[in-house]
Design a protein around this ligand. Structure first.
Ligand SMILES: Cc1cc2nc3c(=O)[nH]c(=O)nc-3n(C[C@H](O)[C@H](O)[C@H](O)COP(=O)(O)OP(=O)(O)OC[C@H]3O[C@@H](n4cnc5c(N)ncnc54)[C@H](O)[C@@H]3O)c2cc1C
Length: 384
């Protein structure tokens, strides 16, 4: 098998991992990144004033059930134990999330056992809704109006800029309540934070003699023909010059502030009320609980519609966007030497573990296509 010349657009987890896997098989990889740094949205750096590790594009907690992915991140980083415990300020009180027995007992001023709480929540559920169509109906059926309004309604309106009655029921697939005191936000087997940060981890992934990385470098489609294959982790619609219009995203604004001491005593505090303009406050030193810092760096997080010059964060994927996506997928499916990858290339929200898994599978697929001389797919995953 001859060595191939590969162009990768984007130095986030998707681009870096595909690059590394191919470089290790002897292929020459050039990675271009429009930003001034690697690691994409997982970029973190130490704050100059406090030395706290700051997750610049919003907090990132690593969690997975995937053994291959867990071994991969442990090969390139030193993972420290971390359990995400989220709090919520609602109606002048602080509660524990996700809604658990503590939340229920505090909220309803009860001392319910698990079985009693189960019965209570069942009673609260709206039995007149037999076939819920919207997020709101689903929530009302599952948990009733009081918990829905306190913990879901306002937060959803702020996060998505839409009424829960306009969102599909599928968003809330399962009963979002635990009938015990488990307040671990995630259910995955593995959870942790990289001791030296995600940027360092990506730096280690990129450290290979067959990889060159160029920052502050914009992709130019004319260049694609100079390579045997292109892996593109930028926005799918941008690849086609937005010719059918822009895929809708939500963007985030982070209002950073420094506090001399301990601001809120936890990593994440949600704000459920629409009267508070931000969705949450994150205190970054709590993401590295093994470190000690006097000062603190916090982010107030605001969500809004993504404009042309904003960073696209969360794909909206409602009916209108899906119709537009279909047009771009049809265009993309005609490509012969390009594979679209990652959260922007496939227009999906992806947690890091899914991103890493898909990047590894994409590299596997490319190597297999070389081995049996078959065509490399334009999408290794289903983006629909
Ligand atoms: C607010 C927020 C919080 C999150 N929190 C978590 C979390 O707690 N846990 C978790 O598991 N996941 C989390 N994620 C998901 C995580 O950010 C993604 O899984 C990950 O960033 C995806 O990596 P990627 O390489 O596909 O994309 P990105 O990280 O976006 O990397 C793509 C790169 O391509 C570059 N690029 C784009 N277009 C071009 C171009 N034309 N030319 C050159 N370069 C280009 C971009 O600058 C970018 O650096 C969160 C996401 C968000 C938005």
């Amino acid at each position: 098998m001859s060595n191939k010349s590969i162009l990768i657009v984007g130095a986030g987890f998707s681009g870096a991992i595909i690059g590394r896997q191919l470089a290790e098989q002897g292929h020459k990889v050039r990675i271009i990144e429009r930003r001034a740094h690697i690691a994409g949205n997982c970029f973190d750096e130490r704050d100059g004033a406090t030395d706290v590790m700051v997750h610049v594009y919003g907090p990132h907690i690593f969690h997975t059930d995937n053994q291959r992915v867990w071994e991969y991140v442990n090969r390139y980083g030193h993972m420290m134990p971390y359990v995400n415990r989220v709090k919520a300020t609602v109606n002048g009180q602080v509660f524990s999330l996700p809604i658990n027995l503590h939340t229920i007992n505090q909220f309803f001023k009860t001392t319910c056992s698990p079985d009693e709480a189960r019965r209570l929540i069942e009673e609260k559920g709206d039995k007149s809704i037999s076939d819920p169509q919207t997020f709101e109906e689903q929530a009302l059926k599952f948990i009733g109006r009081e918990l829905y309004e306190a913990f879901f309604k306002g937060y959803t309106i702020k996060q998505w800029g839409m009424q829960p009655s306009e969102l599909p029921a599928s968003i809330l697939k399962r009963l979002p309540v635990r009938f015990n005191y488990d307040d671990n936000y995630f259910n995955h087997k593995y959870q942790g934070m990289p001791r030296d940060g995600y940027t360092k981890m990506v730096e280690q992934i990129l450290a290979h003699e067959n990889i060159s990385v160029e920052l502050n470098t914009e992709f130019d489609r004319q260049e694609a023909g100079d390579y045997d294959h292109v892996f593109y982790s930028g926005p799918l619609d941008a690849f086609y010059g937005y010719r059918h219009g822009r895929l809708g995203y939500r963007t985030l604004d982070f209002e950073k502030f420094i506090y001399d001491g301990d601001y809120q005593g936890c990593a994440v505090m949600n704000y459920g009320s629409v009267d508070v303009p931000y969705t949450r406050i994150t205190e970054h030193k709590y993401f590295s609980p093994w470190e000690k810092h006097e000062g603190s760096v916090c982010y107030k997080e605001y969500s809004r519609a993504c404009g042309e010059d904003d960073i696209p964060y969360y794909p909206i994927r409602q009916v209108g966007e899906m119709a537009l996506l279909e047009k771009y997928l049809s265009l993309a499916e005609q490509e012969s030497a390009v594979t679209f990858v990652g959260r922007l290339g496939t227009y999906r929200y992806l947690d890091m573990d899914v991103t890493i898994d898909e990047a590894l599978k994409t590299a596997d697929a490319y190597l297999a296509s070389l081995a049996d001389d078959s065509k490399m797919p334009v999408f290794v995953v289903n983006a629909r």
